[in-house]
Ligand binder design. Sequence first.
Ligand code: NDP
Length: 339
Amino acid sequence: TIKASIDGFPQLSDFEVKTETLSLSFGVGNKQVVLVKNLYVSIDPYQLNRMKSQSSSQTVLSFASPIIPGEAIDTYGVGRVVESDKPDFQKGDLVVGLLSWGEYTIVKEGTILNKLDPMGLPLPHHVGTLGVSGLTAYGGFFEVCKPKKGETVFVSAASGSVGCLVGQYAKLFGCYVVGCAGSQKKVDFLKEELGFDDAFNYKEETDLKSALKRYFPGGIDIYFDNVGGEMLEAAVANMNTFGRVAVCGVISEYTGNGKRAAPNMLDVLYKSITIQGFLVRNYMKLYTDFFSTTMEHLQTGKMKAPTDISWGLESVPSAFIGLFLGDNVGKKIVQIADE
Ligand code: NDP
């Protein structure tokens, strides 16, 4: 849990592990409750926006409720059923859905929970690549960016969970892809392991606009934006006519001081650029298509599913804070218990 709302950069001292005694009795009433032992839980940047104080006018979260200090924090994850009042779930079943940053989750009626068939893939793949991050990358790239073969694509936070999948979808589709990330190790990873055409460390660039000019001498057709801020401004300055910007996330502003990106609107106007925000929930209709396509790419080795796993409930706060420091490579997950 969090001890109180968090309005700046998160600190370890903002979090605490609380122990509660569960008083549940199964099989007596029809409570429609499932008790799940959490195995792998997702660590996501947007949770910070749920932790902000309500008086802070900085954030409007239309799709998730605020996190209440002292209460369990819900998150996507994979677990195993311990007890169930619902006939469709049996003790021992693997499940995927809305669990929590905790050892167990009491999943109530109406909460997303599905039985999981791992289909021969490691369980963590079902938290990120085949879960929310994957659908975000797939829906954002194909529906918002509307790519054409041969177009140039720029991806920020490219070694992160969503970014590394966007880059791979774009390469498989036939685009020219450049990513940026915050270390040389990540840059090497993008080029050598994930097949990006090029990549650069944005922290070593003094002028992002001219850096992008160097990597895209013919301009950018598509910018998949995970970070907002100055990178968005620099990308817009380098967009081609009829360029598309998919605003997936604005992580550079989640911890910040209220400073907002200010892309040059004359560029947007005269180059007829489309800047479109989107939420993964807008693209649930793509789920079946996304899942079968991605599963096939993974099984045939055309795509990789980088995951970055920490061990134990106690590591959740540092794993979460690490997202804002750029510690993770691929999908950040905490393993709560042995499979
Ligand atoms: P990542 O795995 O990409 O982790 C976050 C990464 O962001 C870090 O590793 C770091 O990498 C980079 N980063 C952190 N702080 C900054 C900063 N100040 N400036 C630039 N880069 C920074 O997270 P996700 O893949 O889960 O999420 C990526 C983005 O997508 C987030 O903005 C998130 O909120 C958003 N999102 C949106 C969804 C939607 O429905 N629209 C759904 C899911 C995620 P680096 O080394 O590059 O700095």
